[in-house]
Ligand binder design. Structure first.
Ligand code: ZN
Length: 751
């Protein structure tokens, strides 16, 4: 699915979706279809619904784990939970009302005499206005993902579109921008600037940056030109995504050519007769084509399928050329050397050069490992080709990669996913994970009675562990964990309300919701989770706690409102718990035997994590390097050639026909432009944080408290690098990441 990113209001709360690619290592992904990075708040609804008709799966799995003690019962939260009683008519009405109120505030700020522009009249006013509109519209926009009522979902979706359009309007308010600039000037001249806290100074700088990045500091003619280019770019990217959604090509094979592909997969292909022969049409959709890449024995079949797959969106080639040209022009007008510099200005990595250094450094270290793995796979290929009488030219091609990777995993690992699953009943895993988090971070979940959007939802008031009165309140948390019709079909966390300090000094408390689709029970077995699902749940809970345990003055900096190339790092770090023998033992219990996972299975699970990891990351680096290069080159190039040559150089797999695979690289128009490096970048910090602080004792509350203080609490109120330095006691580096993947490496790094 392609994701279109439209940032509405110049702020950064967003649903946090999915987890890192790391845990898929060994299973080999396609270029991710679902992008494991955060989605801006104004993101349109994801439409795929993979679950149909289900009896409500209300479970009482928490009833024992979270029974309230008498003293908990006396704790009364100082803030009411969100009211979820909206009707379909309420949603557009309340949204419009919030928009009108915000516009009135902007009008007032925009009309200020420059001499009256100061911190309070401009920045405080704007900060609370944006918090206000979000607090109202965010829960309303959430219904589309979870409501069982189509009316409500549609209203929610439309309301979100209203907010998005308004976001575009408000981000282009020249009068407001002028007020901000005047206020900053007054602050500097009067010396008031030095009296502001660092978070306040950051608020000022970020708010002004919103305006300059939108082009509000340009003259009228330039601004007009910019607006035209941006519209053109947005349309071009939309067309690119549209082609993705409408792509319906097939590649055709006989049954003999499909030898090796599992019969249940083949039976899903469309069978027809051509020239008196039975043939099968294989679509380019993942469930059809990927089993072919992984299992088809004939290299000729795999080659033809792969070349078709890479060429399936050749109609996107000219659109990509155009998008890149427009980006070059936009960057130039806005005064950036390259599009990558423009994009990274608000990221942790800060510059296009930063991306280059990061990728080059990592590539040089990964290459020897990838080459070693390739040698093994190539030897497997040679052996098989000799046995089967296929010609062997000594090369390892892109269509060999998934096939031999799969064979290697099968031959060396002997890990039975289905058996592992029996040790992870939902009723054990979920409460255990919540307990681990509570102990680690010093909080307690108290289940509460309050109505929400669905009876399945588990509702919690979250308190400091030793809370005696309302001062120990942390916020609210909803867990909507089980599949049902028309529900958001992946796992994601919504920061529904941010935390922030009210002008009175009192606190407004956060609310987060996790929406997931954990397994359902069958008549024979209780709901069981794959290890992969366990990792996902642990990861998502990491986002939940980021959203709960942050404490910033302004909502704009709350919790997960950090730079996008950092936001996944905390949750990626937390995934490590699911690969620790001690923790695996603790969170597993065979559904019949009631025994935890044994050493043998635990060893196999852990071993599976890093199989063929060098080639996997080299492939990731290829995508990242292509993305970087096309967003830094000053001139148009032959991107088909670049795509194929670069893949050969970086990910070490050869090609025969240069197919226009860049047309299939959805990230580049889907909101991750000059951002692909971020997947690996945040993993480096995740690994460093884990190895440096937690590895020695991942369940130690002392370490948990340091994590709360230095990573979760500051949210985006300071530079992410500063948070990391405080947490690690030094600047971060890539040693832990590399060591984790490959054992010891030379101790140089270049972050
Ligand atoms: Zn995530």
């Amino acid at each position: 699915m392609m994701l279109r990113v439209v940032r509405a209001l110049p702020r950064s709360r967003r649903a946090i979706e999915l987890r890192s690619i790391s845990s898929h290592v060994g299973h080999i992904n396609p270029p991710p279809k679902i992008l494991p990075v955060p989605i801006p708040r104004s993101f349109p609804t994801l439409s795929s619904r993979s679950f149909h008709s289900s009896a409500p799966t209300k479970t009482s799995i928490f009833s024992n784990a979270f029974a309230s003690s008498p003293e908990d019962m006396s704790l009364v939260p100082p803030q009411k939970p969100i009211d979820w009683s909206h009707s379909a008519e309420d949603i557009p009405r309340l949204t419009q009302k919030a928009i009108d109120a915000d516009r009135a505030v902007l009008d007032k700020v925009g009309a200020l005499d420059p001499k009256d522009c100061n911190f309070d009249s401009v920045f405080t006013t704007l900060a609370y206005a944006e918090t206000e509109i979000d607090a109202i519209t965010e829960p309303l926009a959430f219904y589309q993902n979870v409501s069982t009522s189509k009316e409500l979902r549609d209203a929610s979706n439309e309301a979100e579109a209203l907010v998005r359009d308004y976001g575009v309007e408000s981000s282009m308010r020249l009068d407001v921008f002028k007020a901000k600039v005047a206020a900053k000037e007054n602050l500097t001249k009067s010396g008031e600037w030095d009296k502001l806290s660092s978070e306040q100074q950051r608020l000022v700088d970020k708010m002004i940056l919103d305006g300059t990045r939108a082009g509000l500091a340009l003259n009228d003619a330039e601004r007009e030109k910019l607006t035209g280019l941006k519209k053109d770019l947005s349309k071009t990217c939309l067309d690119f995504s549209k082609n993705f959604n409408e792509e319906n090509g097939v590649v055709t094979f006989t049954l003999e050519e499909l030898k090796g592909v599992p019969s249940d997969v083949v039976s899903g292909y469309t069978k027809r007769t051509e020239d008196g022969k039975d043939v099968y049409d294989v679509t380019y959709k993942t469930p059809d084509i990927f089993p072919l890449f992984k299992f088809a024995e004939s290299p000729v079949t795999r080659q033809r399928a792969l070349e078709g797959f890479e060429s399936r969106l050749s109609n996107n080639v000219s659109l990509l050329d155009k998008a890149l040209e427009l980006r070059r022009e936009i960057a130039k007008i806005l005064g950036y050397k390259t599009w990558a510099d423009y994009i990274t200005e608000v990221k942790m990595i800060k510059s296009g050069d930063g991306i280059k250094n990061f990728l080059d450094d990592l590539e040089s270290k990964l290459r020897p490992v990838g080459e070693k793995e390739l040698k093994i796979l190539l030897a497997m290929k040679e052996k098989e080709h000799k046995e089967k009488g296929f010609p062997f030219d000594g090369n390892f091609y892109i269509w060999d990669y998934r096939y031999y990777d799969r064979k290697y995993v099968e031959e060396t690992l002997d890990l039975d996913d289905m058996l592992v699953k029996e040790y992870f009943p939902v009723s054990v895993v979920v409460p255990t994970i919540l307990q681990i988090y509570q102990d680690l971070l010093g909080v307690k979940f108290v289940e509460i009675e309050t109505s929400t959007w669905h009876p399945d939802v588990q509702k919690f008031a979250v308190w400091e562990k030793d809370a005696k009165d309302e001062s120990g309140f942390v916020g609210y948390c909803y867990l909507d964990l089980f599949p049902r019709e028309s529900k958001y079909s992946h796992a994601a966390v919504w920061p529904l309300l941010p935390g922030y300090d009210l002008p009175s000094g009192k606190r407004s408390y956060p609310t987060t919701a996790m929406v997931a689709n954990l397994a359902k029970p069958t008549p024979e077995k209780p709901a069981l989770m794959r290890h992969d699902d366990v990792v996902t749940f642990f990861h998502e809970m990491g986002h939940v706690f980021h959203g709960l345990l942050s404490h910033t003055r302004y909502a704009r900096f709350h919790g997960t409102s950090v730079a996008r190339d950092f936001v996944e790092a905390p949750s990626q770090m937390l995934e490590n718990w699911c690969w620790e023998p001690k923790v695996l033992e603790k969170m597993s219990s065979h559904y019949e035997k009631k025994e935890p996972l044994g050493k043998d299975l635990i060893d196999k699970i852990i071993k599976s994590r890093y199989v063929n990891v060098g080639l996997f990351y080299l492939r990731q680096l290829f995508f990242a390097k292509f993305d970087y290069k096309v967003h830094t080159d000053q001139e148009k190039a032959d991107y088909t050639k670049l795509w194929n040559d670069m893949r050969e150089q970086v990910s070490l797999v050869k090609y025969k026909v240069a197919a226009p695979g860049q047309g299939t690289f959805g990230h580049i128009t889907g909101g991750y432009d000059a951002g692909y490096y971020g997947y690996t970048y945040s993993l480096v910090f995740a690994a460093d944080m884990y190895a440096t602080v937690f590895k020695a004792d991942p369940l130690d509350p002392g370490r948990g408290s340091l994590y709360r203080k230095e990573i979760l609490l500051p949210g985006g109120s300071r530079e992410e690098l500063d948070s990391l330095k405080e947490f690690l006691g030094r600047a971060p580096n890539s040693e832990a990441f590399l060591k984790e993947l490959f054992g010891d490496v030379s101790p140089s790094s270049n972050l």
